[in-house]
Design a protein around this ligand. Structure first.
Ligand code: C2E
Ligand code: MG
Ligand code: MG
Length: 319
């Protein structure tokens, strides 16, 4: 492999009044602008540059050491078959618990991981952790659960992504046919040929693929022809409106039909109420995920819930 490495540089000059903090902040602000506007170049700090907030800078600094400090956790949210109520999978969701603070939601820090390139290291760790956990659960329960892992476009398009997934599968012994990678349409924005080549190699390994947040992206539907996904995840905004907004229901109905006609299954995200679940089941949606079943849970709580749930389903079937 040939690797091409580039750098963006932000420069700040010490003035008589400068403190190390000011210098660092100005340098960082210039770097931030260099990355955003001129990739691979350097920029001198100018007062006209919109300042990067100290909170963001602080967050980036803390994120750089978060894995080493063992502050990251993977939580798991059950995915349920709507016909039987059985738990058939788990989605791995990242959580950050810096010392002395509460849990920070991924929406607040994933964009920073993506912008800084840290996402590659974090993504490898998340996949490793989720596969390791899946194998530990199998050892305890005798059942292999499907594990869904989110992959951001930055990771997916990074050279070496497929090799890294393959290596994790080998190291952990996790079966590829139980691993589902959740991809968003954002990865289709760039070089489609490249995306398709990566996609084909993943499928070649036997890995499952799902379109996350289906229906809210801006790409044309034609990609579904080229990239045969296994599953569409109906975005939670549609689920939220399905019982009382007359436009959501036909949309969901048609997404389910489209998926079925193209040989894909469907899972609805963000199910919070029983009537949403009932309607989705009636419309033929295969699976669901949401607070109605459970919030994302730490691994040990997920296992407890799963065992209780399985015992309960088995008892119902015997009756
Ligand atoms: P997503 O993959 O679409 O995940 C679903 C989000 O909806 C999760 O938010 C989940 O906690 C939340 N959710 C689940 N059920 C319900 C419900 O019934 N109602 C409501 N209102 N929300 C529900 P979370 O964990 O905050 O994650 C947000 C996003 O951050 C994820 O959206 C995903 O795009 C990203 N993300 C999370 N973990 C990872 C990760 O490990 N890697 C990458 N690349 N992205 C991740
Ligand atoms: Mg997801
Ligand atoms: Mg989603």
């Amino acid at each position: 492999h040939q690797l091409y490495i580039s750098a963006s540089i932000g420069i700040s000059r010490a003035q008589a009044y400068s403190t190390p903090e000011v210098l660092q902040r100005e340098g960082y602000t210039a770097l931030y602008h260099a990355k955003k506007t001129a990739k691979g170049k350097w920029l001198h700090f100018e007062p006209s540059m919109a300042a990067v907030s100290p909170e963001r800078l602080e967050m980036e600094m803390c994120l750089r050491s978060a894995l080493a400090k063992n502050e990251m956790r993977v939580y798991y949210q059950p995915q349920v078959k709507l016909a039987s109520g059985a738990i058939c999978g788990a989605e791995a969701l990242l959580r950050w618990k810096p010392e002395g603070l509460g849990t920070i939601s991924p929406a607040a820090f994933i964009p920073i991981l993506e912008e800084t390139g840290l996402m590659l290291e974090f993504g490898r760790w998340i996949l490793q952790e989720a596969c390791r956990q899946g194998i530990e659960w199998r050892r305890k329960t005798g059942v292999q659960l499907r594990m869904a892992v989110n992959v951001s476009a930055v990771e997916f398009l990074n050279p070496g992504f497929v090799e890294s997934v393959e290596q994790t599968l080998q190291e952990t012994g996790f079966p590829p046919e139980f691993l589902e990678l959740e991809l968003t349409e954002s990865l289709l924005v760039g070089d489609f040929t490249q995306a398709r080549a990566i996609f084909d190699r993943l499928r070649g390994l036997g890995i499952l693929t799902a379109v996350d947040d289906f229906g809210i992206g801006q790409s044309s539907l034609s990609y579904l022809h080229e990239l045969p996904f296994h599953r569409l995840k109906i975005d939670q905004s549609f689920t939220a409106g399905i019982t009382d907004d007359e436009k959501s229901r036909p949309l969901v109905e048609n997404i389910i039909r489209l998926a079925s006609d193209m040989g894909m299954s469907t899972i609805a995200e963000g199910i919070e109420h029983q009537d949403q679940m009932d309607l989705l089941r009636e419309l033929g949606c295969d699976e669901g995920q949401g607070y109605l079943f459970a919030k994302p849970l730490p691994a040990e709580d997920f296992l407890g819930l799963w065992l209780d749930h399985t015992a309960c389903c088995t008892a119902k079937m015997k009756r």
